[in-house]
Write a new protein. Sequence first.
Length: 222
Amino acid sequence: MNIRSIIEQHFPAHCVLCEGAHGPVCAACRDDLPWLSRHGCPICALPTSTGETCGHCLKEQPAFTSTQALFSYAFPIDRLIQQLKYSEQLALAPMLGTLMAEHLHGPLPDLWLPMPLHANRIKDRGFNQAAEIARELSRQTGVPMQATLAARERDTPSQAGLKREARRKNMRGAFRCKADVAGLHVGIVDDVMTTGSTLDALAQTLKQSGADEVSCFVVARA
């Protein structure tokens, strides 16, 4: 692979959606992205009719207190996230981080914590997509990112296809907090939130380690 192909792979000059100029996503395609309405559950961002707390969170509130999600996990944002994760389109990460920074609301956390990946996943993929997004989010907001604050202890099976309770069981004991978070508001950054089981498991670990508040900031809500 020569230097030109490396540059084109990681910093595409053309829109990854329409192949027009001004990549990685042109302004017209950006306008057509599936922006998520703010009329959603304030805890987990699940769409609700008037922005009320959803039934799942009323029945059993997760360890995190709020979620901000930018998009619905639908075309073409699902394609962009998949290209970032599996096709090494790393230029998409700072774009997504910038969009998240532009649409933040409410108090900022004391630090950003990208969702940890197990060492085996890092070895296979070569990078953590959440960390790449959080890096730009940190640069844009001035809030520090601490990627090593927590670790993924177990290489859990994929959550895809599992129901809510099975996802929760799958994540038990998956994380370990490696630093003092006493009294801090931690903002977890991730690419996609489905049921929130993984985010909840990490938030529980952080709260057990003394975090005062844990909030979730995700690119897309499935």
